[in-house]
Design a protein around this ligand. Structure first.
Ligand code: OGA
Ligand code: MN
Length: 281
């Protein structure tokens, strides 16, 4: 097969990889190409056939070490590093709550001391319409802030928690073991991308609870002001799923959300892998 090609999307972030043999992805040259594309474009779309959990874990090793996700009930039996995310909408109200929570902008696992570097999501079953996943470029959000705001937030730190009163929906229940594994953590409000040196606003509407050293009123006002910039469509791209796509996003400089606008009862099932990350700085 020809060497893979990186085709930038006509969007604020994202590139499509063409002519990639997924089985060769972890060879050093191809893995380097994929990681460069991820750092530069923040979102990489790899079209192709559906993969088994085993094949997906092997493919994901191009991006780093696969990490088991917190919620045990989502881990796939055969390959625990691969989660099965069921976001099917059920008429009887039995929809997995995390599907609804993903409806607002977030970055994965920011409530962890070492949040995932990247997430891979792979479509196994998709509804007949709707269910796009949207991405927000947090470098461009940071760059678009007024200079005075950038100076004000420089050096600020924020508390991220498994749940926060600021989030619209409540998260899935944790077992006592999972609660013990997820104490609140502190991260910089502006983080530096370790590969490119670019700054990104590090927000998460589902987990970022407050700014360290501010009372709630002042903290809420600042977070609302920053959120307003992140909600502007000029920073966004929506991926419309084709069966078998693998989409990889950089959690260090993006947020994402899903359109929960697809028909009830139609299956929407994804396989997901989180890639180990570093301590944000
Ligand atoms: C996720 C997520 C959105 C989607 O897997 O972390 O937010 O489109 N998924 O399913
Ligand atoms: Mn997510």
């Amino acid at each position: 097969m020809a060497a893979p090609r990186v085709i930038p999307l006509d969007a604020p972030l994202g590139a499509r990889i063409e002519d990639l043999d997924r089985e060769s992805a972890s060879s050093p040259a191809v893995a380097a190409l994929l990681n460069r594309a991820l750092a530069e474009h923040l979102l990489v779309v790899v079209p192709g056939e559906r993969m088994t959990p085993q094949q997906m874990r092997d493919f994901s090793s191009a991006f780093g070490a696969a990490q088991r996700q917190l919620l045990r009930y989502k881990r796939s039996g055969e390959v625990p590093e691969v989660s099965v995310m069921v976001s099917t909408l059920m008429d009887d109200g039995s929809t997995d709550k995390t599907a609804l929570r993903a409806e607002d902008w977030h970055t994965d696992d920011s409530y962890m001391a070492m949040p995932a570097k990247a997430t891979l999501l792979h479509s196994i079953e998709i509804p007949s319409r709707g269910g796009s996943t949207w991405f927000c470029n947090m470098h461009s959000v940071y760059d678009a802030l007024p200079e005075a705001t950038r100076q004000r937030i420089d050096g600020l730190r924020a508390i991220h928690a498994y749940d926060t009163v600021r989030a619209r929906n409540r998260p899935s229940e944790r077992t006592s073991q999972e609660i013990a594994e997820t104490p609140d953590v502190e991260h910089p409000l502006v983080r530096t991308h370790p590969d490119t040196g670019r700054k990104a606003l590090y927000l998460n509407f589902n987990r970022l609870d407050r700014i360290v050293g501010m009372d709630r009123e002042e903290s809420d006002a600042l977070l609302d002001e920053l959120a307003e910039e992140a909600r502007r469509p000029e920073h966004h791209f929506g991926h419309r799923w084709t069966l078998g796509d693998v989409v990889i996003w950089d959690n260090r400089a993006t947020m994402h959300r899903v359109d929960v606008d697809y028909p009830a009862g139609e299956h929407r099932i994804m396989q997901r892998v989180l890639i180990e990350g570093d301590k944000p700085f």
